[in-house]
Design a binder for this molecule. Structure first.
Ligand code: NAD
Length: 480
């Protein structure tokens, strides 16, 4: 059975405790590999390797750093099938999705930041009339920590580590213990690319033990975290008194506002995706659908019809639309939310049941589920489910739509379907979300700021925002 070992100082290393966690294949329900259960000692070893590598890496020319990131990007691309297969097996997502989205995006992350670092510039301010010139230096922070979740495993892992090393930092990174396989395989790619030892160290293990050891480490000066809001809160509590730089990308409960004047067919096709892509396990999924009364009954009928045609099955079948949920615990959590919704008066318009897939009877499959609700304050409207479950509510007018959309603690993304320009502008301004998509969804330009407001996080990733996060500014003021 494959052992997912740590990648420390450029080498594959067993955990110091010799303890291993089970790694499940969610599409079969079987344990198929073992994961290093790293302790504080392993994190310390990773830190020491990163610290040793830092003086040289931070002084490596931008051209050389850039070339290294581009080489890693090329190697991810060259291993597309192998990585996509590993991702589908580890996470339960359709192989076709991993091949078309997750792995190309992981490669794009390295390519993007490999190029971006060559264009990253600091500012100068001349105090005119005072014979004074200020310029700002931006230096890498040192050793930084990156912690990522299970839903888009390699995609989100690389979204953090690529800008961190591009900016000249050395990294101690931890992927989710639920889906560690592709981060493990990335270690082999880093060696093949010739990344200097210690620049990027990957430790595996649980959040409360390995993750906590990274966050609480006295000399790891910045933490970039993506995961649940409760975990983010815990991390902030540990890191804030140590004055660490923090970037927190947390949960969402994103509204999808559908107005009668929209391009109906485009909206319908995209709304199926924004509801159920990756089994609804994307932080940006539009899990709360609000539809204008005038088209509500038509929409419900058409939406349910389209959803009923989605194929749930083996992630490796070409026509599979939804694979397995990531774990048994997660499947049970999602089912529990469906029960809560029913008990609170919700009406299941479609789905809600487990699916038994031939030859994969022990996998964690669930029907895409559509629930109509009337009360925006019920738990299914307020809490993140993070699975193949969407709710539908109707609204009368723009003001009501806005009020319903903003009435949650989260503020990650929002989608608006309309062809009215004034409404587009007003809603874009007033929606409490870090990202607003109008007549589109999951449309990403990597230069744009990415992140949420309210309980969806602190800080922004993407483009120069990420490079700013991973550098420390210093102003130098000179008079002449
Ligand atoms: P999680 O918070 O349980 O775990 C995320 C990571 O944090 C894992 O690597 C985990 O091991 C680690 N961790 C857990 N406890 C820790 C601790 N005490 N100290 C340090 N590290 C710890 O989240 P998850 O279940 O893996 O992912 C799902 C969540 O992630 C959802 O809430 C989803 O919305 C969110 N998410 C957000 C974004 C975004 O960009 N805003 C993107 C993807 C997922």
């Amino acid at each position: 059975m494959t052992k997912i070992k740590n990648y420390i100082d450029g080498e594959s290393k067993e955990p110091s405790s010799d303890e291993w966690l089970d790694n499940y294949n969610p599409s079969t329900g079987e344990v198929y590999s073992k994961i290093a259960k790293s302790t504080q000692e392993d994190v310390e070893n990773a830190y020491q390797a990163a610290k040793e590598a830092f003086p040289s890496w931070s002084n490596t020319t931008l051209e050389k750093r850039s070339k290294m990131l581009l080489r890693i990007a090329d190697l991810i691309e060259a291993n597309l099938d192998k990585l996509a297969e590993a991702e589908a097996k580890d996470n339960g997502k359709p192989f076709s999705l991993a091949r078309a989205v997750d792995i190309p995006r992981a490669s794009a992350n390295f390519r993007f930041f490999g190029n971006a670092i060559t264009q990253f510039a600091s500012e100068a301010h001349e105090s005119v009339g005072l014979n004074t010139m200020n310029f700002t230096m931006r230096s890498p922070i040192g050793v930084v920590g990156c912690i990522s979740p299970w839903n888009l495993p390699l995609y989100l892992f690389t979204w953090k580590v690529a800008p961190a090393i591009a900016a000249g930092n050395c990294v101690v990174a931890k992927p989710s213990e639920v889906t560690p396989m592709t981060a493990y395989l990335l270690g082999e790619i880093l060696t093949e690319a010739g990344l200097p030892k210690g620049v990027l160290n990957i430790v595996h293990g649980t959040g409360p033990e390995t993750g906590q050891a990274i966050v609480a480490h006295q000399h790891i000066k910045a933490i970039s975290f993506t995961g649940g809001t409760t975990t983010g809160e815990h991390i902030a509590r540990t890191a804030a008194p140590m004055f660490k730089k923090l970037s927190l990308e947390l949960g969402g409960k994103n509204p999808n506002l559908i107005f009668a004047d929209c391009n109906y067919e485009k909206m319908l096709a995209t709304t199926v995706k924004s509801s159920f892509a990756n089994q609804g396990q994307i932080c940006l999924c539009g899990s709360r659908i609000y539809v204008e009364e005038a088209i509500a009954s038509r929409f419900k009928k058409d939406f349910v019809e389209k959803v009923s045609k989605l194929k749930i099955g083996n992630p490796f079948d070409e026509d599979t639309n939804l694979g397995a949920l990531v774990s048994k615990e997660h499947l049970e959590k999602v089912e529990n939310y469906i029960e809560i919704a029913k008990n609170e008066g919700g009406t299941v318009l479609f789905g809600g049941k487990r699916v038994s897939v031939k030859n994969f009877e022990n996998g964690y499959y669930l029907q895409p589920t559509v629930i109509e609700v009337e009360d925006n304050n019920c738990r299914i409207q307020q809490e993140e489910v993070f699975g193949p479950v969407v709710t539908i509510m109707t609204f009368r007018d723009e003001a009501e739509a806005l009020q319903l959309a903003n009435n949650v603690k989260y503020g990650l993304s929002a989608t608006v379907w309309t062809n009215n320009l004034n409404r587009t502008m007003l809603l874009s301004k007033q929606l409490e979300a870090g990202i607003v998509w109008v007549n589109t969804w999951l449309n990403r330009d990597l230069r744009t700021p990415f992140g949420g407001m309210k309980d969806s996080g602190v800080g922004r990733e993407g483009g120069f925002e990420a490079l700013r996060f991973f550098t420390e500014p210093k102003n130098v003021c000179i008079t002449y």
